[in-house]
Write a protein that binds this ligand. Structure first.
Ligand SMILES: N[C@@H](CCC(=O)N[C@@H](CS)C(=O)NCC(=O)O)C(=O)O
Length: 231
């Protein structure tokens, strides 16, 4: 039998791409990562939404990170990316969606406010003017005008909101080694991929925020152990 051909298209620093790459590592599958060279590649590779990642899995083009994980599980079932317990599996999928929508929203807002200069992330978070640029993260903090004297600034408010979402995530984990399970799943990969960006992209206060939730630090270490290290 020939080697499976898996190609992932997307910027390696984007959390949705990291989630897919970690799933491939968990399944010990070889793959090729194709990085966008400019904004036009997003629409070219995903004409419908312009969002990456997309993947070719044995000749089949699949868009959306969750669908890519489904396609991988279908074609390469071991180890599975969701629990064998249907209730746990449903919770893991719900958490993955929540991370990709609600948490993603606060993450973008937080990064936008915390990252003050284009230079700070040009080298890491937004390779070749990728998606983060278009999400407005490159907008400078000073463009926001003076903070109100009577209340917290927008940066402070967003920082607090984001800290609350991090608390939510820690609450979902509770005392378990992984979300809703004793085994790693797609929910862990999704959470990990977003938390990781707070370290990697030099986000001021990001590492401290995660450190305030020791169970999440341990979760990240567990995920790294199972998926090939910190990278
Ligand atoms: N639901 C999609 C979301 C993917 C997504 O938002 N990708 C971002 C990268 S972080 C993107 O391609 N953005 C392009 C843009 O904003 O123009 C998934 O899970 O794959």
């Amino acid at each position: 039998m020939s080697e499976p051909t898996i190609r992932i298209y997307g910027p390696p620093m984007a959390p949705f791409v990291e989630k897919v790459v970690r799933a491939l590592a968990l399944k010990k599958l070889a793959y090729e990562l194709v990085e966008p060279e400019g904004p036009e590649d997003y629409r070219r590779w995903n004409p419908e939404t312009g969002l990456l990642p997309v993947a070719d899995v044995d000749g089949r083009r699949v868009a959306d990170s969750a669908r890519i994980l489904d396609a991988l599980d279908e074609r390469f079932p071991e180890p599975p990316l969701t629990s064998s317990d249907p209730r746990a599996a449903a919770s893991q999928r719900t958490l993955e969606s929540w991370v990709g929508e609600t948490f993603f929203f606060y993450w973008v807002s937080y990064l936008r406010d915390r990252v003050g200069t284009e230079d700070a992330i040009a080298s890491s978070a937004a390779p070749r003017q990728g998606p983060l640029a278009r999400l407005g993260i490159l907008r400078r903090v000073m463009d926001r005008g003076p903070a109100s004297v009577s209340g917290p600034s927008s940066a402070e408010r967003l920082g607090e909101e984001f800290a609350r979402r991090i608390e939510d995530v820690a609450g979902f984990l509770g005392g378990r080694p992984y979300f809703y399970s004793e085994r790693i799943s797609r929910a862990d990969l999704a959470v990990y991929s977003f938390l990781r960006t707070l370290f990697r992209n030099d986000i001021p206060g990001g590492p401290e925020l995660i450190a305030s939730q020791p169970t999440l630090v341990t979760l990240m270490q567990r995920v790294e152990q199972e998926t090939g290290g910190a990278r």
